[in-house]
Design a protein around this ligand. Sequence first.
Ligand SMILES: [Zn+2]
Length: 254
Amino acid sequence: MFIDTHTHLYLDSFSDDRVEVMERALQNGVTRMLLPNIDSGTIQSLYTTTDQYSHICLPMMGLHPNSVKKNFKYELNTIEKQFQYRRFIAVGETGMDLYRNPEFALEQEIAFETQIRWARESGLPIVIHARQSFREIFKVLDKIREPGLKGVFHSFSGDIKEAEKALSYGFYIGINGMVTFKNSNIAGIVAGLPLERILLETDAPFLSPEPFRGKRNESSYLIYIAGKIAEIHRVSIKELADITTGNAERLFKI
Ligand SMILES: [Zn+2]
């Protein structure tokens, strides 16, 4: 049994065949899917999907760093209100992306710190999106120094030093289809990570693993990511599933 710890199955790219996508995930042993929010514009579809598939899909709530623009205070207000109405398993996704959204770096930092505060107040873990921003994110985490804060660096794309630093906070590392890419350094990094600190994710509909690279991703493809990590660590798929599912259950209290 696997948990896809990061998948956007509520997005429009699944509106024609969401039922089949869920079926295929279940057939491949992906029995639970964790859905991060993006911004105020995705809240309704996130709720619709997690209500319809409430036995297998669990929602998170947060503001994605690439949606942090001029109106980010309005976005944060709208998103913070959701915590009064619903239960979420995490604050996410949050973080900083200086590759796609460099002009709003300062606003992203404020939004990130705000969401860390929500996590602290609610006791929830945070799901961090970090792209060309490890230095800035570590700076925020070092400044806040909140020992109780738990979370994951999802879609990890850093180097070995950044992985070690991420682990030093007690955080998990989210590994997705990039681990199957021939030109990626992620397989090498995974080799040096303890399995006890790895979470499996697809980040669907993005970043399909081989042999589907470039096509729409879906949660059933998690088994290709799992297969690659099991091969790197020389463990059985069952062993890998048990360990990584346990990791996700501990972090998200599910
Ligand atoms: Zn995401």
